[in-house]
Design a protein around this ligand. Structure first.
Ligand code: ADP
Ligand code: MG
Length: 408
């Protein structure tokens, strides 16, 4: 059996016209001899009647602290609706289809409601339906704990469902269908001449995704990479080949060549972060203070980023919505935090970036030419980050894209 996993995001299943395109991709796979396993997201985006964000708003407007377990039960409904609609669509076109929830499909997770991790996938039920010649549809973004509680996998989690199922079934490929034609050098909503990356390594895409390129979830890339299952990101509304994520050179004999990371794969951005700065005058107590600060954040489950410990200050970022909570914790511990909200992180990503001479100089020059102030910066061998004000984010991404000639 040649298994192909096909995942369709919210805009792909949004309305009858788009669902007809989805059905065409599935029938095409069937006619090519594949047994497709189709992972679907909820229908539409915030404001649409069956979108996950609409459900969240409905209950959180009544009570802001809805228990996470119940919230997961609610959030899992969007995919059940779109999955049933997809089964009907396929049946109406003469394709036999069956729908499984994440739990029914054998996706076992831990009990971290709202952001559960997949522990294993038991694919027997999917396999027996495929063997009967049916198209198996699985609700994305969710699983079930060992004791039968419904969990969700965090935003963008349908990509993760697709990857985990693909690995468990040893699929020929995992196709992530979305509203753009592939993974591009930057978000095409911001950069007009962003270029589609035809072939890229798991490594490069994983870094781009971690830095905010929301076209694919980083965990999905990590999972596919474990078994070297090719991941393809494609447009639902086009026949373009999209982006192939792999470590093996396509068109080569298997194992004959591997591809390398790009010097610069692309630019990603994450808006809505707050910079927190804590001045520390007393040099003797610095180590203790740093420890206290980050322990305080960890105990409150606040994830921190962009940490910079300087001679007289500690700087880091948190998401805007938890900035007040973080500042209050710091004040309660006796610190006087200074906060700068509405910032954005812009990241230049590429596995070969460390080998590119003058990259930092060019980056600084590009941002200066666009009057973008760098509030903070950091680098690793694959990424250079800058923190800028949110109103500068778009020009920062655009000017870097141009400076490093990433466009078409
Ligand atoms: P889906 O609902 O199909 O999962 P998402 O909204 O999660 O779709 O992801 C697709 C969106 O990701 C695109 O509409 C695009 O604006 C955005 N995006 C961000 N960075 C990139 C990038 N580097 N390449 C392509 N798309 C990107
Ligand atoms: Mg997505």
């Amino acid at each position: 059996m040649r298994i192909l996993v096909q995942k369709f995001g919210g805009t792909s299943v949004a309305n009858p016209e788009t669902r007809t395109k989805v059905a065409a991709k599935i029938s095409e796979a069937v006619s090519q001899g594949y047994s497709p396993v189709v992972v679907v997201s909820a229908i539409g985006r915030a404001g649409d009647p069956y979108a996950t964000d609409t459900f969240i708003k409905m209950v959180s407007s009544i009570y802001s602290e809805v228990p996470k377990r119940e919230m997961d039960l609610l959030m899992s409904c969007g995919e059940v609706i779109s999955g049933t609609v997809m089964v009907s669509t396929l049946q109406s076109l003469g394709l036999e289809a069956v729908l499984f929830t994440g739990g029914q499909a054998g996706i076992v997770t831990n009990d971290c409601f709202g952001d559960a991790r997949i522990i294993r996938v038991q694919p027997e039920k999917i396999l027996s339906q495929l063997e009967e010649g049916k198209v198996v549809i699985v609700t994305g973004f969710q699983g079930m704990t060992e004791d039968g509680q419904i969990t969700t996998l965090g935003r963008g989690g349908s990509d993760t469902s697709a990857a985990a199922i693909g690995v468990a079934l040893n699929a020929e490929a995992i196709d992530i269908y979305t509203d753009v034609e592939g993974i591009m050098t930057a978000d095409p909503r911001i950069v007009e001449d962003a270029k589609i990356l035809d072939v890229v390594t798991y490594n490069d895409i994983c870094h781009l995704a971690h830095q905010g390129a929301k076209v694919i979830h980083p965990r999905a890339v990590e999972i596919a990479m474990q078994k070297n299952i090719p991941l393809r990101v494609k447009g639902t509304f086009t026949d373009a080949p999209g982006t192939l994520v792999t470590n093996i050179q396509p068109d080569m004999e298997e194992g004959s060549d591997v591809i390398g990371d790009r010097i610069i794969a692309g630019i990603a951005h994450t808006p809505n972060v707050t910079q927190i700065k804590i001045n520390i005058q007393n040099e003797d107590q610095k180590t203790q203070s740093v420890k206290k600060i980050f322990k305080g954040m960890a105990l409150a489950d606040i994830s921190v980023d962009f940490i910079s410990v300087q001679p007289e200050a500690v700087l880091y970022t948190v998401r805007d919505e938890i900035a007040n909570k973080a500042a209050n914790i710091l004040r309660n511990m006796g610190f006087e935090p200074e906060t700068l909200s509405s910032c954005a992180k812009v990241a230049l990503v590429g596995g070969g970036i460390a080998d590119l001479p003058g990259v930092m100089a060019n980056l600084v020059e590009a941002l200066a030419e666009s009057d973008v102030e760098i509030l903070q910066s950091a680098d690793s061998h694959t990424t250079i980050w800058v923190l800028v004000r949110k109103e500068h984010m778009v020009s920062a991404v655009q000017s870097l894209h141009k400076k490093f000639q990433l466009g078409t």
